[in-house]
Design a protein around this ligand. Structure first.
Ligand SMILES: Cc1cc2nc3c(=O)[nH]c(=O)nc-3n(C[C@H](O)[C@H](O)[C@H](O)COP(=O)(O)O)c2cc1C
Length: 230
């Protein structure tokens, strides 16, 4: 079997369905999420599927309740994708507790997540539901850690007479992936397939971007940065 090399990762296509992943990952990702009732969990699984569909990238899926016991898994990751339900126009209390815990566990210990890739996703009951506020909170959290934010990079959809609910990014977000779950449906039915495919797209995009960064760092290793004094 021919080992995958970093040199060809920039143009690497997603692994064909059914193909086996290379044994030694070229890059690692973690999907850290909270879900009170399972709906955001479905979106997290979709994001994780998208990451692992890209050849050479391994990913772990970590409920936020476990994350505070798994700082080393997060330290090993080249990319961390954060997800939270939207509760009262922002991240849930459980996700916020994780954010605050990271301040002591990661930031004060030398900015351990600096220069990792980051992205985010959220799910809520209403179409808008103030989900953008949640994505902004997650992006600011990543910025405070010195991470590189990856956007969704899908055109807005479902916004014309020919649009449909089945389109990727049907809710029209740019900062990250957003899904909507009817409040009278369980996680077996919601969020709908289009939103889960949007989540998969985000995971795949993060994986491909991470491979490019890992490859690039071979050529230009990350430096701690020099302050300009004049
Ligand atoms: C405390 C609480 C606050 C909520 N606030 C919002 C909100 O601001 N906007 C919204 O659209 N839905 C809101 N919802 C609905 C949830 O976002 C929705 O039920 C979502 O699917 C829950 O995801 P989960 O199953 O992963 O917890 C709220 C639900 C709860 C329990």
């Amino acid at each position: 079997m021919v080992e995958a090399t970093l040199a060809d990762t920039a143009t690497r296509p997603a692994r064909p369905e059914g193909a086996v992943a290379s044994s030694t990952p070229l890059a690692r990702a973690a999907v850290v999420y909270h879900s009170g009732h399972g709906h955001t969990g479905r979106l997290a699984e979709a994001v994780h599927r998208g990451v692992t569909a890209v050849d050479g990238v391994a990913a772990v899926l970590i409920p936020v309740e476990e994350a505070q016991e798994r700082w080393s898994d997060l330290a090993e990751a080249d990319a961390i994708i954060f997800g939270s339900p939207t509760y009262v126009a922002g991240v849930s209390a459980a996700f916020k507790a994780f954010e605050e815990a990271s301040s002591r566990a990661v930031m004060t210990d030398g900015m351990g997540w600096k220069d990792k890739i980051a992205a985010g996703f959220t799910n809520s009951g209403s179409r808008s539901g103030d989900k953008l506020s949640t994505l902004i909170q997650i992006a600011l959290f990543a910025a405070q850690h010195g991470m590189h934010w990856v956007s969704l990079a899908l055109p807005p959809a479902n916004n014309s007479t020919t649009g449909s609910e089945d389109e990727l990014n049907r809710l029209g977000f740019w900062l990250g992936a957003a899904s909507q779950s009817n409040v009278d449906q369980g996680p077996d039915l919601a969020p709908p397939d289009a939103d889960l495919r949007t989540g998969e797209h985000l995971g795949r995009r993060v994986a491909e971007t991470t491979l490019q960064f890992v490859s690039g760092r071979r050529v230009a290793p990350a430096r701690t940065g020099t302050l300009l004094t004049s």
